[in-house]
Design a protein around this ligand. Structure first.
Ligand SMILES: Nc1ncnc2c1ncn2[C@@H]1O[C@H](COP(=O)(O)OP(=O)(O)OP(=O)(O)O)[C@@H](O)[C@H]1O
Ligand SMILES: [Mg+2]
Length: 281
């Protein structure tokens, strides 16, 4: 093999540096927050039963960041709706901190692709909404909302209304609003899917900074391979028809991650594996 060819050979995505191996050993020793066991979901349609998910099992550990990726229609949104308790499983179960999930709850924070802020409330009131609903005193909720808004960099916009904000800012308020309920896990369904490329990059870095600063576990659905790798400790790859786990990848890229890592051997090897699993190339 010539020197030029040798330079193009990627390491295996299964190859982990000592540092990465150590971080996974530490991660797996943490208690599980979310356990998904043999989860299945069927939908009755006029054309018969559609099995959206079949035999999906994986665990998310405390302070872990898990991305879920897969082709359109493989059941990503169905999975997150089951985890949120917005749908009932046809088979299997979901447990949070060892307790079976049977409906929506404040311990699971949700951020969707579409902007879901209350347009009639200002930014601060949007963030205070959940805690107020749970009976937190107004002045306490207001002070806490100020802290969350500082964390997402929106202190100056606390009195603005959602229609005065950009898409990226709205999603930062949505994240602050979800965090204000102090959830055990943040469930995010393509939250940056509607943003332009530059804002999307900024939001990814921002989310990682928040995750670094807060005791937070995240399950993040995306279509975007770079986004999945940049953000996640592990990536759950789903295959379609029926939606099922094709593989769970331990991302071999060390943290803290920089944009420069996008061209590193471990990053490109992971991307190549994702392309093979998702697009068969
Ligand atoms: N309420 C429903 N009734 C009938 N079929 C449904 C329903 N919700 C989802 N499905 C079907 O289940 C499968 C998975 O859908 P889902 O929306 O979870 O996919 P997805 O991976 O989120 O897709 P996308 O990447 O396009 O967002 C699809 O075949 C879809 O048509
Ligand atoms: Mg979806």
């Amino acid at each position: 093999m010539s020197a030029a060819t040798a330079e193009l050979v990627l390491p295996s995505y299964l190859e982990q540096s000592i540092e990465v191996k150590h971080s996974f050993r530490e991660l797996k020793a943490r208690p599980p927050v979310l356990e998904i066991a043999r989860l299945g979901k069927d939908f009755a349609t006029p054309r018969g039963v559609v099995t959206a998910l079949s035999e999906v099992s994986f665990t998310v550990h405390k302070k872990e960041f898990v991305s879920v990726i897969g082709p359109s229609g493989c059941g990503k949104s169905t999975l997150i709706r089951l985890l949120a308790g917005l749908e009932t499983p046809s088979r299997g179960c979901v447990s949070l901190d060892g307790k079976s999930v049977s409906g929506p709850g404040a311990e699971r924070g949700m951020v969707f692709q579409s902007y879901t802020l209350f347009p009639w409330l200002c930014v601060r009131e949007n963030v205070m909404f959940g805690p107020r609903l749970r009976g937190v005193a107004r002045d306490v909720a207001r002070t806490k909302a100020g802290e969350w808004l500082e964390l997402v960099g929106l202190t100056k916009f606390a009195d603005h209304y959602p229609d005065q904000l950009s898409g990226g800012m709205k999603q930062r308020v949505a994240i602050a609003r979800a965090l204000a309920n102090e959830p055990r896990i943040l469930l995010m369904d393509e939250p940056f899917g509607a943003l332009d490329a530059q804002t999307r990059c900024d939001m990814q870095s921002h989310l990682i900074r928040i995750w670094d600063n807060v005791d937070l576990t995240v399950l993040f659905i995306t279509h975007d391979l770079d986004e999945a790798i940049y953000l996640a400790d592990r990536i759950v790859v789903l295959a379609a028809h029926p939606g099922r786990v094709a593989e769970v990848i331990e991302v071999p890229v060390p943290r803290p991650r920089e944009r420069a890592h996008f061209l590193s051997g471990p990053f490109l090897a992971t991307k190549e594996r994702l392309e093979t699993l998702i697009y068969g190339r």
